[in-house]
Design a protein around this ligand. Structure first.
Ligand code: SF4
Ligand code: ZN
Length: 317
């Protein structure tokens, strides 16, 4: 007979195994631990405060469902915090539609209206169309999608007059981004991401309350808190450098539990050091087409939309 594994904290039946700290936990103790980590991130990076109006990026997936619920609880505890869930629909047939249903279910359960913006409205192309139009010399799927999502969420946050934009980036995402920056020799980007990004005119401050939580812990949290979420994979996910970095880190974590957190903490220490001697940053310019802040003459969103539009027109003629 299989013996029951006990929760190291309370003795009830353990349902999760945290290999990096050798702890087996029941769903109640795990839920408590997860929420404590979010409160710790809140303390370390001053993420949520009274008077905030926060647009929360939701997708129906595990990370953003955990994020919305945990922020919902925090907002109640802190008081005078407004939460506005916004979902960006990429237009990926058979994938996002199912996830939207889960996001809607969760919002209904918590008493929020789900606001939806779509790529079709914001940039004129759904992701399914992007994949057809981009051609052999186009970018990878996630390159277009990442730029369009960031733009859609930021625009929604501006439209809702929010002072913060919360996204479901977790410890896995941050350690992947850090690794990718190192592999691409883009160390200048290290000061630019992390638990929150600074405000520029036209860019709403982005906060990442799940920075101390692993991706699989977000799924466990949704289970423990009985939150609806969709587990399907995007059909275009396998093209990205991030996807390969993710696989690589997952394999390493399997062999050496704790490497993801080690990478995350290395990132935070290096970032801290780099911030002590900031290099002079080039001021943001305004995109010649849409006026949004950008580094060059045009922002990436406008650059991509122009590229896709000319390819679409060329294919018609
Ligand atoms: Fe977009 Fe890539 Fe995510 Fe798919 S995996 S939704 S293409 S960013
Ligand atoms: Zn632009």
């Amino acid at each position: 007979m299989k013996t029951m594994v006990e929760c190291i904290r309370c003795g009830k039946e353990a349902v999760v195994e945290l290999r990096y700290c050798k702890e087996d936990l029941c769903q109640y103790c795990f839920k408590e631990l997860f929420e404590k980590r979010v409160w710790k991130a809140n303390k370390d990076f001053s993420l949520v405060t009274r008077g905030d109006r926060i647009v929360v990026g939701v997708s129906g997936g595990k990370d953003s469902s955990a994020l919305l619920f945990v922020l919902h609880k925090m907002a109640k505890k802190i008081g005078d915090v407004e939460i506005i869930p916004v979902l960006v629909n990429e237009g990926i047939e058979g994938y996002r539609n199912k996830a939207i249903e889960k996001a809607r279910e969760l919002c209904e359960k918590l008493g929020y209206e789900l606001n939806i913006v779509s790529y079709k409205e914001t940039v004129g192309f759904s992701m399914d169309e992007v994949m057809k139009v981009r051609g052999p010399n186009g970018h990878k799927s996630c390159t277009y999608c990442g730029v369009f999502r960031k733009n859609g969420l930021n625009q929604a946050a501006l439209d809702f007059k929010a002072n913060k934009l919360a996204i479901g980036h977790n410890a896995d995402d941050t350690s992947q981004t850090f690794l990718m920056n190192l592999l691409r020799n883009e160390t200048h980007r290290i000061t630019k991401f992390g638990s929150q990004t600074s405000e520029e005119e036209g860019l709403v401050k982005r906060i990442k309350p799940l920075i101390y939580c692993l991706e699989k812990e977000c799924a466990w949290y949704c289970e423990a808190a009985e939150l609806p979420y969709y587990l399907g994979e995007c059909p275009y996910a396998n093209e990205s450098f991030r996807g390969e970095s993710k696989e690589f880190l997952n394999e390493l974590e399997e062999k050496y539990p704790g490497v993801k957190f080690n990478l995350l903490h290395s990132f935070l220490s290096i970032q801290e050091e780099l911030k002590k001697n900031p290099v002079e940053e080039k001021p943001f310019l305004k995109c010649a087409s849409c006026g949004n802040p950008c580094a060059g003459v045009k922002c990436k969103k406008c650059e991509f939309v122009e590229e896709l539009t000319s390819k679409k027109n060329a294919s018609k003629s």
